[in-house]
Design a protein around this ligand. Structure first.
Ligand code: OGA
Ligand code: NI
Length: 330
């Protein structure tokens, strides 16, 4: 498909052929009601005595569903809204490719599977450390670098807090993830309205290769999680962050915490913008089940691997499932 200044690739009456997935990949039950089975966890009480401790809720959700949402997380609304607005502006620009040396995939260059395009536009760039990679980020909108830096500083703080709670819940020593976890990658998606969402996909089913992923989706739906063999919708809660367990944390927890498959389906009328931030181990870090979680009754289920080795195993974005299976001992 050609992208020119005046028309957008998604301003169409019918889904073009090269966006139609083979029958077996086409989403079904996309009209199922929004499911509220993804736990919503209030972080505001985490330090106060006598209140419900979110550590337990986080651990249960991570064990059972691998997904939860956090509210009262302490990230100022203005920082999040600024980030969303600057990304909206970015995706609105007519000629994005000329504006960045970072990694930008537009719909027409983003082949997902067998030459079929995803119904999305995507911007990806590295984030760690910010000062070393900021020059790779978009220069337009001119506020982009400043606004996104501020956002990432907050994401780093929140993710450290969540990882510390997970480490407490698992019974690991305090500070276990400190110094080994980095907000390495930002991946932002624009999912435009689609004439027939039953034929297309925004993102193919995949697991994240991260420790944890923090996702901001504002008040839009479209994210679906595999639960008990079915796709369930993740509800839209404005100002909440969706948190999910990635492959690396599944390994470190010796399989206690679940890295669950998810995907994004499209919408007929609404535009969805998401900001995914991947909190990953440092590249040289050796990933293996934590020593205190391995014993005679619960032997190690995974082979030790450097994080960079794991990622090299499967470079194709979106499908790290194979790499996780390779890490599993037989
Ligand atoms: C991802 C992801 C969901 C979304 O980038 O890994 O699952 O809503 N994104 O964009
Ligand atoms: Ni994902």
């Amino acid at each position: 498909m050609k992208e020119d200044k005046d028309s957008k690739w998604f301003d169409v009456e019918f889904v073009p052929k090269d966006y139609i997935f083979p029958k077996e990949d086409q989403p079904r039950n996309i009209d199922s009601p929004v499911c509220d089975s993804i736990p919503v966890i209030d972080l505001s009480n985490s330090k106060a005595d006598g209140h419900i401790n979110p550590v337990e809720s986080i651990l249960t959700a991570s064990q059972e569903i691998g997904f939860f949402q956090v509210i009262n997380h302490g990230i100022p609304e203005t920082i999040v809204n600024d980030a969303m607005n600057v990304l909206k502006e970015f995706f609105d620009m007519p000629s994005k490719k000329t504006h960045t040396t970072g990694w930008i995939y537009t719909s027409s260059t983003d082949y997902a599977k067998d030459g079929v395009h995803l119904w999305r536009e995507n911007l990806k760039h590295p984030c760690h450390p910010i000062e070393d990679c900021i020059h790779l980020w978009p220069e337009n909108p001119t506020r982009y670098q400043e606004v996104i830096s501020a956002y990432l500083v907050e994401i780093q703080k929140l993710s450290s807090r969540i990882l510390e709670m997970i480490s407490e819940g698992l019974g690991l020593q305090s500070g276990y993830f400190k110094g080994m976890s980095e907000v390495q990658l930002l991946s932002s998606n624009l999912y435009p309205p689609c004439p027939d969402p039953s034929l297309t996909l925004g993102i193919l089913p995949h697991q994240d290769p991260s420790l944890i992923t923090l996702l901001y989706q504002s008040d839009s739906t479209g994210l679906q999680v595999m639960k008990d063999g079915q796709w369930v919708n993740v509800g839209a809660i404005p100002n909440a962050f969706v948190v999910n367990i990635g492959n690396q944390l599944e390994i470190i927890s010796n399989g206690k915490l679940k890295s669950i498959k998810h995907r994004v389906v499209n919408n007929t009328h609404e535009t969805r913008i998401s900001i995914a931030t991947f909190v990953n181990p440092s590249p040289d870090c050796i990933i293996e089940p934590a020593k205190v979680l391995v014993n005679e009754l619960e032997p190690s289920q995974y082979t030790a691997k450097q994080y960079k080795e794991f990622v090299q195993c499967n470079k194709a974005f979106g499908d790290y499932t194979v790499a996780l299976q390779n890490a599993l001992k037989n």
